[in-house]
Structure formats: C-alpha cells, structure tokens
Write a protein that binds this ligand. Structure first.
Ligand code: ASP
Length: 327
C-alpha cells in the first residue's frame, strides 16, 4: 500500500482522479484537472461554503474536465453509451443522495446533491430514467448521450469491442475481460471551516461494462461515506469495494481512534486480502480520507493514483500522481 499524508490540519480539501496504472501520456491532464478542482474547493472553503457544497462543486469540475472517467470523459458501456453514477454524503446530518446508470445527466453529482435536499429523506437514490425525470422536474439540464461521448472514449470502445469479439464473444460481459484495468473515477472529501465533513464521488464505471451495471461509486458506505468524525471516497474495482463497504470501514476505523493514513492503508490492505479479482490477485483500489480535525490522507494499492489536496494550515495546494513501487 502506498500512502501520503496532507500536511497541516484545519479546513481541507482532497480530490482524486482515479487509481490505476495511469499511462504517462495522461498524467499532465490529470494533474491539470485536479489542480483546477482543488483550487475551486479551496476558494469555496475560504469563503465559508459548507463541506457538502464544496465537494459537489469540486467533483462537478472533474466531471466537466474530460480527462477522467466521469461526466463528459466517461468510459462507455457495451452499447457504446456513457452511463454515469454519482453520490455524496453530508457528515453532519448523515443525509446522502445518489444517482446511478444515468445517460442524460452531464453533471450527475449536482443531481445527487439536489436529491439530497429534495428527496426529504423519502428518496435518496434514483436510477436511470427515474433520476433523469427527477432532474428534469427540477429544471436541471438534460443532454443527449452523444454529448457525453468523447472521441477518446469512442476509440477505446471500438478497440475493446473488437478485442472482446476476437477473444470470446460470450465472455465480454466480464469486467476486465479486455485485459485493460482502468479506474478513473473522481472524488472529493472536504473538512470545512466549521469542522463539518462531506464526501462525493462520480464515475462512468468500468470500461465496456454491461448496460445497467452499477459499481460502488453511487453507494453510500462503499464509494463514499461521511460521518461527523470522518469522510472517505473510494476508487478501484467497484465489485470488490462494495463487498467490503470500503468507505464506511475506513470512516469507522477513524471513529475508533485510528489516524487517517493508517485507516486508509488498513482498509485497502484488508480488501486486497479478502477479495480476489478474476486474475487470482487481490483486489486493488484507492481511498481518500479526512477527519474532523482536518487531517487528511490518501492511499492506493494500484500502481498509480492521482490526487490533490489543500489544507488551510499548509498553504499551497499539492498535486501528486502517487506511485507504488513494484513488489
Ligand atoms: N469504482 C468504479 C467502479 O467500479 C471505477 C473506478 O473507481 O474507477 O465503477
């Protein structure tokens, strides 16, 4: 497990842009997007914006950026369509909202944010056309799916499709059947000026997923979680993350006194031990974590993870592509 701790404490923003073997040629775009998102988050925190809204805005920046597997950069499903999941949670109240398998929402995290309030606790998660109808009724923009399909992802889709057909037509429903292990989900945890916490996550899911597939990202406890004491966001192989309820586990560890960096490391190590991926190796992923004091960390078991953070104490934001040394 590789891990990093954000220097300082107090108000803090941590964003990530996925944990996987991020290719060299994608690093600059990842850094640029993260820098922008953490900059927006920082300005909002400094203005006294509440954690939940800071996390929403930072994730919306990443959805709109194009470099990541979210919003207009999303990887495509087997039908060649972008199908998005997003969710967020307010640590102070325990309220959450999420949308999943949506195809017409350019910024699903904003719809999840709206649902958190408008659902009034009676509805917290909406799927597919149900979420799109909610957004429309709220006066939020709907787009054609084409608007969310980038040229880069269309090319990836064509390649994966031809590979899947050549290899074993019936096996193409298996995630990772292509041999590509990708995870470019985005997320954010925030500790605001009042000491409140929030977490938000958004994704296009796994490449060439079967239509309707939902991973960890829109599930509270799995892809994101926030309590009065800690907030977490996860990325990586969603089927494994959901099975170990990774974000809740990390938050629970902090609540019982573990420091954020150790909690993130332990959560990922436990998942790696407990869940085997189809290749027989342990499941991998990444986590961002912050506590009520504003101590923050991130950790990953994947070769690389893109993350950025700002802490009021430490001053200038940092942006890093973390590397896990081999072995
Ligand atoms: N966890 C996401 C999913 O399984 C993928 C990722 O993190 O990139 O949908």
């Amino acid at each position: 497990v590789a891990s990093h701790r954000l220097p300082g404490a107090g108000p803090a923003v941590v964003v990530h842009g996925g944990a996987w073997d991020i290719p060299d040629e994608a690093l600059q775009a990842h850094r640029e997007g993260l820098r922008r998102a953490v900059g927006v988050g920082r300005r909002l925190v400094e203005r006294g914006t509440r954690a939940l809204d800071v996390a929403t805005e930072a994730v919306a920046v990443l959805e709109g950026h194009g470099a990541f597997d979210a919003g207009c950069g999303a990887m495509l499903n087997q039908d060649g369509e972008a199908e998005l999941d997003a969710g967020l949670m307010d640590g102070a109240s325990g309220d959450y909202g999420s949308v999943m398998a949506v195809r017409r929402l350019p910024e699903p995290v904003r719809v999840a944010r709206r649902l958190l309030d408008a659902g009034k606790g009676r509805v917290r998660m909406l799927a597919a056309t149900g979420a799109e109808r909610f957004a429309e009724a709220q006066g939020m923009p709907l787009v054609d799916n084409d608007a969310l399909v980038s040229a880069r992802e269309r090319r990836r889709y064509e390649r994966l499709r031809s590979e899947a057909e050549a290899r074993h037509p019936s096996a193409s429903f298996l995630p990772g059947a292509s041999g590509e292990r990708l995870g470019d989900t985005v997320g954010c945890v925030v500790r605001d000026a009042d000491g409140h916490l929030a977490a938000a996550t958004s994704t296009g899911g796994t490449p060439f997923k079967p239509p309707g597939r939902v991973g960890d990202s829109p599930l509270p406890g799995a892809g994101f979680y926030a309590s009065p004491r800690a907030a977490a966001g996860a990325t990586g192989w969603g089927e494994a993350i959901a099975g170990v309820v990774l974000s809740r586990e990390a938050v629970a560890a902090v609540e019982s006194g573990t420091d954020v960096e150790t909690a993130a490391r332990h959560g990922l190590a436990a998942m790696h031990e407990r869940v085997a991926s189809p290749d027989g190796k342990g499941a991998t992923g990444g986590l961002i974590l912050a506590d009520a004091a504003g101590r923050a960390a991130w950790a990953h078991t994947t070769p690389r993870m893109a993350a950025a953070g700002w802490s009021a104490d430490a001053g200038a934001p940092w942006v890093e592509i973390g590397e896990r040394s081999a072995g």
